[in-house]
Design a protein. Structure first.
Length: 320
């Protein structure tokens, strides 16, 4: 059994390195074909109205991120005030997107929520709830999009146009199973490796789905605004959803290289290289770099509040 597990881990490691090598190959080949002067011209050509829309979409998306933690607040029933929860959540998501979910999403949450007075068990349930929210919304949106048949993969893509609707249907079934489980097991406490958790109520589960599906839609809308006008929103959304899974598998901070490789593979036949790269660079500036700079300042402010002696003194309900 141990030898089998060792071989499996080795195979996964080899597959991971092959994946990274493929990403690097695609990027190098793509970079050689790019007219970098045209990229700069495209970036300079974005009008103030386009940039204002992009910034507004980014702000809306991060507000939705903070609502994940507000929903988690209702789920675990902790007493921290909503403004502080939203501040912690916004800082954590900015770091999560840029440095990785383990450090940014989980690590910063544990530190900031602990400083606010929450216990380890409560924070663990917040992290699990918010991560689950994000991927449940992904399943709902990707399932609906793929099942609709509106995403047409390029030729020779591993997943064919006939397979995508089946994959989408399976995703929607998974969402339905989750909702049924919430209805059937509501109030029941589960125990797993020393952790205690329960599924949310059906209304709260529906809130999870609505928040995350809307947020993924906004992320795609930001890219859609920056892309050439002939590219459809469904194509951009499909490429973003595929890139999200690839980035999660690769565990590369900010999905650097992975996002670009997936968009090249899926939309490279529709968008000229300079315009593609310009759109992705502008997207990273709006959605990653800008929020990260603000999050660094926000984190410093939250840490200063702790050093000033305000730890919230929250009274946390006992673990179930």
């Amino acid at each position: 059994m141990t030898a089998h597990r060792h071989r499996w881990r080795r195979a996964r490691r080899i597959a991971f390195y092959v994946f990274l090598a493929l990403v690097a190959f695609l990027l190098v080949r793509y970079a050689r074909s790019v007219d970098w002067e045209q990229v700069g011209a495209t970036l300079a050509g974005y009008g103030s109205g386009t940039l204002a829309i992009a910034i507004a979409i980014t702000v809306g998306s991060y507000l939705l991120y903070s609502c994940y933690d507000l929903a988690a607040r209702r789920y675990v029933r902790h007493p921290l005030p909503a403004p502080r929860v939203m501040a912690i959540s916004t800082v954590c998501y900015a770091f999560s997107l840029n440095v990785g979910a383990l450090v940014g999403g989980a690590g910063f949450r544990y530190r900031l929520y602990a400083h606010a007075g929450l216990g380890l068990g409560t924070i663990s349930r917040i992290v699990a709830f918010t991560v689950g929210t994000n991927w449940l919304g992904y399943l709902l949106l990707a399932g609906a999009l793929f099942a609709s048949g509106r995403v047409v993969p390029p030729p020779h893509w591993p997943v064919s146009g006939r397979t995508l609707p089946l994959l989408g249907a399976a995703m929607l079934v998974a969402v339905a199973v989750y909702l049924v489980a919430c209805r059937v097991t509501h109030g029941r406490v589960f125990h797993l490796r020393g952790h205690h958790f329960r599924l949310p109520s059906v209304p709260l589960a529906l809130v999870q789905l609505a928040l995350a599906a809307t947020n993924w839609s906004l992320m795609a809308a930001l890219l859609f605004v920056l892309m050439p006008p002939h590219v459809s929103y469904a194509s951009v959304l499909g490429a973003l959803l595929a890139a999200a899974v690839a980035s999660a598998i690769a565990h590369i901070p900010a999905g650097i290289g992975v996002l670009e490789a997936v968009f090249i593979a899926l939309l490279g036949h529709q968008v000229p290289p300079p315009q593609m790269l310009a759109a992705l660079l502008a997207y990273r500036a709006c959605y990653y770099l800008g929020p990260l700079l603000l999050a660094i300042a926000g984190y410093a402010a939250l840490e200063a509040r702790v050093r000033g002696g305000d730890r919230g003194h929250a009274q946390v309900p006992a673990d179930p």
